[in-house]
Write a new protein. Structure first.
Lengths: 159, 216
């Protein structure tokens, strides 16, 4: 943000405005079944950990024009890597992942959202499929001229 | 300006019982084009070119820069969404350099906006728009620059931090010892460099030290 340092007070005490927000925000997949399933009008976002509920609401309504009704946030602690996990007395933390912040945004009544299926049609890479096809094609052609594999043995014997 | 940008479609969308199709099209902004789903790499036509350069951005008006910032912001959100989706399936995202391109553009927009802001400030107040720095001497005698912070009331006499030309006893001793330590570290570094220069490949190969000459 260009206006990183907000003034403590200005004449007239105007509302604090951000002209170039640099918060990021991403839609995350949530399970279709089970107890973590979300209602259809709810979207799960992973948000910049600096964002507050109010920020998320303003961000989504003003930039994305989404009909936000309620915002609930959850902070998930990052995993800690221990030097020896089971040694409860002397274990030391070697590394801790960054904390993540998730927002469950409830939209107004008519809203429905389901996470698009990106990998269903092409679960394998296109290139892998192509390579497999090539292997299949080559199977008969390899060494065809030298080893007479495709000969039909019983052809003249009328078996 | 902030309010005017997204208000293009606002009045239509905010009505309560709008059809669901309209909302899903809004959520599509968070996802890549469906033609790119499951691709290892984008088609050559869709591949990212380059980021905006500062020279190009300087030609743009303030409102154009403001709009471009939001375009970049949305694009970056979309790319982050796609990246997370791919990571959760243990796959590689197609053309991840797109994120870097967008980030570079955003950094440059910030730089250009700062330039303009700076020019206005220098004209009108004679000071730079960058946050003010104060020179401060710490209790250990180190003098460094620190960003100035606003306060509601002036500081108490003992609380305010200054740059002090003459250090008190402890700080003076600390500085003397620090300088000595730095000097010795530098001397050892130079020694090591010299020793490494004289060392030949054979010495490494046969695990032999350099010949020691005592009566030089």
């Amino acid at each position: 943000m260009t206006t990183r340092l907000a003034r403590l007070w200005q004449p007239g005490n105007p509302q604090r405005r951000v002209f170039l927000p640099d918060f990021w925000l991403a839609v995350v997949e949530s399970p279709d079944v089970g107890r973590n399933k979300l209602p259809r009008n709810c979207v799960k976002f992973e948000v910049d950990p600096r964002m507050s509920r109010h920020d998320i609401r303003e961000y989504l309504t003003k930039i994305y024009d989404l009909p936000v009704r309620d915002v609930r946030t959850e902070v998930q602690m990052g995993d800690i890597t221990w030097n020896s996990k089971h040694d409860h007395q002397y274990k030391k933390a070697m590394w801790k992942d960054d904390d993540k912040k998730f927002a469950y945004v409830f939209m107004s009544k008519g809203f429905t959202f389901s996470y698009p299926k990106m990998f269903d049609s092409l679960e394998e890479d296109l290139e892998l499929i192509k390579a497999k096809q090539q292997q299949e094609d080559l199977k008969d052609k390899l060494n065809e001229g030298y080893a007479n594999r495709n000969r039909r043995v019983g052809r003249f014997l009328a078996v | 300006m902030w309010r005017s940008f997204p208000s293009l479609v606002s009045s239509v969308v905010r009505s309560q019982n709008a059809p669901a199709i309209r909302f899903s099209s809004t959520m599509k902004q968070f996802f890549d084009d469906e033609a790119n789903f499951g691709k290892a790499e984008l088609r050559p036509k869709n591949r990212p070119g380059r980021s905006w350069t500062e020279e190009e951005l300087r030609l743009k008006s303030n409102s154009d820069l403001h709009k471009l910032w939001y375009v970049c912001l949305k694009e970056r959100n979309m790319l982050i969404t796609m990246k997370k989706a791919h990571i959760s399936r243990a796959r590689n995202m197609p053309n991840p350099e797109r994120i870097d391109r967008v980030q570079e553009s955003m950094d440059r927009i910030e730089a250009v906006v700062h330039e303009r802001n700076d020019a206005v400030f220098k004209l009108e107040t004679g000071e730079s728009a960058a946050p003010r720095k104060r020179t401060i001497t710490s209790f250990a005698g180190f003098t460094y620059k620190k960003q100035a912070i606003e306060h509601y009331s002036p500081p108490e006499a003992s609380k305010k931090e200054y740059e002090t030309p003459y250090l008190d006893d402890d700080a003076y001793m600390m500085q003397k010892l620090w300088q000595e330590k730095e000097f010795m570290k530098n001397r050892d570094r130079l020694d090591d460099e010299k020793r490494r220069e004289t060392r030949t490949e054979d010495m490494d190969r046969f695990k032999r030290g350099a010949p020691r000459v005592f009566n030089r």
